[in-house]
Design a protein. Structure first.
Length: 395
């Protein structure tokens, strides 16, 4: 299987060279949401970064996804076309019907983005195909759905879907996510490739850190991010670091509950929830922060960790698949297991300037290893290999 270590050597092919050699000219991508969706997150950002680079390399990319309220049904973005065919849940059966009617999937390849609920692409296309699967949702179903629906979603993901995808090429974000996918879904390791996410060049060090301790966390305000842990941890930290300020960046349906938790902790004056920030505002916050804390229960990687790292901000992150690759323990940050561990690790970093500066330098160096160009190349090579393998079988 392809990986970053296989891109070293005398000549590293460009994405355009791989595209031209493969003969892949048109690719259909099916996804639950696209970048304009109010609840878009890391999966949608990842898709945009990859697809825009495929388009720049000469691939005609069409993204089939769900509608966005008040937005156009079709939109050009980053050189590819997003086609919004149906509502949030109807998009799954409508996509399958479109494929069976020949409206999509007639090109040189298909990419399915399996984000919890699969599109069951093995049932409706025989084209060369890869599947972006960032992580197993598992317990997440029970965090966001009523119990009956959660059991159905979990059964589909863990029992019904995997046998249909046994011959699929899976592309995930990290080695730790790959291990989890292999263990929980039963895929053969040779069928799972790793293409770590990149970092936009704008994320870089610049300017001084905040005068007082500043801790940030970034993500959609949903249960899987466990921002309740963050709020409780910051309230405990404040006792030992009385000038501490904290910021939760993001938007989502958990906002009322989180705001109530902040008020209950008496933290309203120093713990802010400003919602989504503009790109310059987020960059400035990353650069000024002393520390980023990531408390998620499930992640494919944790792109906010490496964005902050590129700005010289180390992380305290939960020890889960994805985070285990995004954070290099003792080099770019710390991995922890409980909310109490978040408090103790963050407190130690805030109190020790030398340790924090050392991890800051390690974070910058670690972040330099990642680029979206490499991500796009690795993902496309997986699709090109599938196309070549299918051509060989036909021959």
């Amino acid at each position: 299987m392809i990986g970053i270590d296989q891109l070293s050597g005398e000549h590293i092919p460009t994405l355009r060279e791989v595209v031209e050699e493969s003969g892949t000219r048109r690719v259909d991508v099916v996804a639950w949401r696209d970048l304009d969706d109010p609840e878009a997150g890391g999966s949608e950002l990842h898709a945009h970064q990859v697809l825009s680079r495929w388009a720049a390399a000469g691939v005609d990319v069409r993204l089939w996804t769900s509608r966005v309220d008040g937005a156009a049904r079709e939109v050009e973005r980053g050189g590819y076309r997003a086609i919004r065919r149906a509502g949030r849940y109807a998009v799954f059966p409508v996509t399958a019907l479109d494929a069976l009617r020949g409206r999509l999937g007639s090109g040189d390849g298909v990419v399915e983005i399996w984000n919890g609920m699969p599109f069951f692409s093995p049932l409706w296309t025989r084209r060369p195909r890869i599947v972006f699967l960032h992580h197993v949702h598992a317990e997440m179903w029970h965090m966001v759905l009523p119990e009956r629906l959660a059991r159905i979603g979990s059964a589909i993901e863990l029992r019904l879907a995997p046998p249909l995808y046994r011959r699929a090429r899976i592309v995930t974000l990290s080695e730790s996510s790959k291990r989890d996918i292999v263990q929980r879904l039963g895929f053969h390791p040779d069928r799972v490739s790793v293409a770590p996410p990149g970092i936009e060049p704008r994320f870089s060090p610049g300017g001084p850190k905040a005068a007082d301790p500043l801790v940030v966390t970034v993500g959609r305000l949903v249960p899987v991010k466990r921002f309740d842990w963050f709020i409780d941890a910051m309230a405990k930290l404040r006792a030992d670091h009385p000038t501490l300020e904290a910021v939760v960046v993001g938007e989502g349906y958990e906002r009322p509950a989180l705001e109530a938790r902040v008020r209950a902790a008496g933290a309203s004056e120093w713990l802010r929830l400003p919602g989504r920030l503009s790109d310059p505002e987020l960059l400035d916050l990353y650069r000024r922060a002393w520390l980023l804390v990531a408390t998620s229960s499930h992640e494919g990687w944790g792109m906010t960790i490496t964005e902050a790292a590129a700005c010289g901000t180390p992380a305290v992150a939960t020890r889960i698949p994805g985070h285990e690759d995004a954070v290099v323990e003792g080099v770019s940050g710390r991995l922890v297991d409980t909310m109490e561990d978040v408090v103790s690790a963050a407190s130690a970093l805030l109190a020790d300037d030398d340790l924090r500066f050392r991890l800051s330098a390690g974070a910058i160096e670690t972040a330099r290893r990642h680029s979206w160009e490499t991500t796009a190349l690795l993902a496309f090579r997986a699709l090109a290999e599938q196309r070549a393998a299918m051509a060989g079988r036909r021959g």
